[in-house]
Design a protein around this ligand. Structure first.
Ligand code: SAJ
Length: 449
């Protein structure tokens, strides 16, 4: 029978003092998958006195980490990596037999058909199962749909170890909440939730996180509910973005500027959380996680009409943005086909190099299909840019489409565009000041403005 919440809390505070008190030699921690989620965790674990192994199947990544190089974590975390001489980086799974605590931080991407791909999680769990000893604590951080931890990871751990959860080893789930590029919230400070296969596992997992993190750690009554927390957080964001995207398309027909309206609505000090319309929703979280929930609910007999509608609206935004450009060209008696367009931005989010599920990439492919002569420039994605500078991209073009609101693009002015004979600007992230274009030769179009 589950203890009431408060008592579970109490037990855990006691456990924190006993399990990892200075008197006990701290356990050895193995982080499986040292990407932007696992590496900061491994650094914190090592910083708090745990012998720490960072494991990854990517040998190149391990080589760079042994040289203390990683460009996908914050400056502060890169400094911690350079300072930490203790942490070990390995790609040989045999070293995992030394570990007492395993943090599984592998990717959970989606297949082309948008169904969750849990193979990396299964493979990592099978490997940990082969290597772990009795008494180990295994925690899954990867983002998964409710049920996946028990149906995929726990099943693989027990099958490949011959051990039983809550009897021979301990199992928990603590969904990752890393927010790339966020300078306020990081792995050390972000509050977390933890669900486990039983009270002993919960006690150990919460005690570990409370030992290495500064943020609050909330014990959850079950693993499924901890999995559901992450799904809800990201589906919440997706539906709110879809809401303002639909408003933008509606207001675009009414001559109402959505940015002004959202600024006005944001003066309400309660019960309003602004989101912003744009050319689409990218990244490996927001456009992906709702499909996990939709699929799992369907397997259990429920259809998420609302979540599916939000996904439909957001995935239509790249096409809508191309239509905004086409209408702007038409107003100047020009066609998409044969036009020379500077596509500014490929990353899914400001000032980061990540192009996963990026709407900008979809816009690029749509424009290419429509016969547009493209100059592509993203200062953070040089390898996929066709122009080596912003000037070069603008010089070769008649129109510009901003698909990512990188800081470099946010300072663009009508004069800059005029100097390069750019007569149309489509601002896919509403990141420029529309009023500056009022008395200029440049036709400005935003999303919903
Ligand atoms: N976007 C909009 N309008 C908005 C907000 C975002 O169109 O109002 C677009 C962005 O341009 C981007 C996509 O949505 O293409 C995702 O943006 P994001 O800010 O949600 O960034 P992510 O994908 O890095 O989301 C992460 C998530 N963190 C985790 O999953 C641990 C998410 O839960 C956070 O809410 C989000 O950061 C955040 O708040 O910044």
């Amino acid at each position: 029978m589950h203890k009431p919440h408060a008592d579970v809390h109490e037990d855990i505070f006691l456990a924190t003092r006993t399990l990892f008190s200075p008197a006990h030699a701290k356990p050895t921690v193995a982080v499986i998958g040292v990407g932007y989620v696992g590496l900061p965790l491994a650094l914190l674990s090592s910083e708090h006195g745990y012998k720490t192994i960072g494991y990854d199947i990517d040998e190149e990544k391990i080589t760079s980490l042994r040289e203390r190089r990683a460009n996908y974590i914050s400056e502060e975390e890169q400094e911690a990596l350079r300072r930490d001489a203790r942490i070990r980086f390995e790609s040989d799974e045999s070293v995992l037999k030394e570990a007492d605590i395993f943090l599984i931080c592998v990717p959970t991407p989606v297949h082309e058909n948008r169904l969750p791909n849990l193979e990396p999680l299964r493979a990592a769990s099978e490997m940990v199962g082969r290597r772990m000893r009795a008494g180990s604590l295994v925690i899954v951080e990867s983002t998964v749909n409710p049920g996946a931890c028990e149906e995929v990871s726990l099943k693989a751990l027990e099958e490949h170890s011959g051990l039983k959860a809550e009897v021979d080893f301990f199992f928990a789930h603590c969904p990752e909440r890393v927010n790339p590029g966020d300078t306020t919230w990081n792995t050390r400070t972000i509050p977390r939730v933890v669900g486990a296969s039983g009270s002993q596992s919960l006690e150990r997992a919460v005690a570990f996180y409370r030992d290495i993190l500064e943020g609050d750690v909330l014990p959850m009554p079950s693993i499924k509910e901890a999995e559901a927390v992450k799904m809800v957080e990201n589906a919440f964001r997706d539906v709110n973005i879809a809401f303002v995207n639909e408003l933008a398309m509606s207001f675009g027909k009414m001559g109402i500027d959505i940015v002004h309206v959202l600024r006005g609505a944001s003066t309400k000090p309660f019960s309003f959380l602004p989101h912003f319309p744009g050319c689409g929703v990218g990244g490996h979280c927001i456009p992906v996680d709702p499909y996990y929930l939709i699929r799992y609910a369907k397997k259990n007999g429920f259809t998420h009409e609302f979540l599916m509608t939000a996904r439909k609206i957001n995935t239509a935004m790249p096409r809508y943005t191309v239509q905004v450009l086409e209408r702007a060209l038409k107003s100047k008696k020009r066609k998409l086909r044969g036009s020379r367009v500077a596509l500014l931005g490929l990353a899914y989010k400001r000032d980061i190099p990540d192009t996963r599920e990026s709407p900008a990439v979809l816009i690029r492919d749509l424009l290419k299909k429509r016969g547009v002569k493209l100059e592509v420039f993203d200062p953070h994605v040089p390898e996929q840019s066709t122009s080596e500078s912003l000037e070069a991209a603008l010089r070769q073009s008649d129109a510009a489409l901003i698909a990512t609101d990188h800081t470099l693009f946010r300072s663009l002015t009508p004069e800059k565009f005029e100097r390069h004979n750019i007569s149309i600007v489509v601002d896919g992230r509403n990141c420029l000041r529309k009023r500056y274009f009022k008395n200029s030769e440049v036709l400005y179009r935003g999303i919903g403005r």
